[in-house]
Design a protein around this ligand. Structure first.
Ligand code: HEC
Length: 156
């Protein structure tokens, strides 16, 4: 009984955010209790649903974007929307709180719109919340190729 009460206290602490860093990637998570079955640690893990960004997010060519975006299978919205399969898609179509500017842009992301947007986002979508100064032109085409087909062999 005593063990159970202590366990509940631990879950509350984690759910309250006190140990978020520990569970985010699960690397430092304490080993499951020897008793087996549901443990406070396992409950906390499922609450925090720890996941790493997909490996494509760490590709070199994607480095200027990775502070704010994830890409690849299982990518999640972070401070920016998921960019998996972005090329060919209309703007502002993922589960993410876009700015009105992006929602109303009417853009479809293709080579032309991405080239312009990535050179200077605020010129193409005035009022966008993507605060990014833009890339040099020679950086843009390799990045668009990567967005079309994230490939760690060539870009990792
Ligand atoms: C500082 C954070 C930040 C960085 C760095 C950044 N973005 Fe963004 N990006 C955002 C945010 C925030 C939005 C949503 C903008 C809005 O709603 O106005 C966005 C939106 C986008 C969109 C439109 C997505 C959609 O679903 O319509 C594309 C495309 C995009 N970013 C590509 C990139 C690429 C490629 C890079 C790397 C060169 C990059 N971004 C770098 C924050 C960032």
């Amino acid at each position: 009984m005593r063990r159970f009460v202590l366990g509940v206290a631990a879950v509350t602490l984690v759910a309250g955010g006190a140990s978020i860093g520990v569970f985010l990637y699960g690397t430092n998570a304490p080993a499951a209790s020897a008793v087996g079955g549901p443990t406070p640690q396992n409950a906390a893990k499922s609450i925090m649903t720890p996941t790493r960004p997909p490996p494509e997010t760490f590709a070199r060519v994607f480095a200027p974007c990775a502070h704010c975006h994830q890409i690849g299978d299982g990518a999640r919205a972070t401070s920016g929307p998921v960019l998996t399969d972005i090329v060919g898609r209309r703007a502002a179509r993922t589960d993410y709180p876009y700015s009105q500017a992006m929602i109303r842009s009417g853009l479809t992301w293709d080579d032309t719109t991405l080239r312009r947007f990535l050179a200077k986002p605020s010129d193409v979508v005035p009022g966008t919340r993507m605060f990014f100064k833009g890339l040099q032109h020679d950086e843009i085409d390799p990045l668009i190729e990567f967005l079309k087909k994230p490939n760690l062999d060539e870009n990792g």
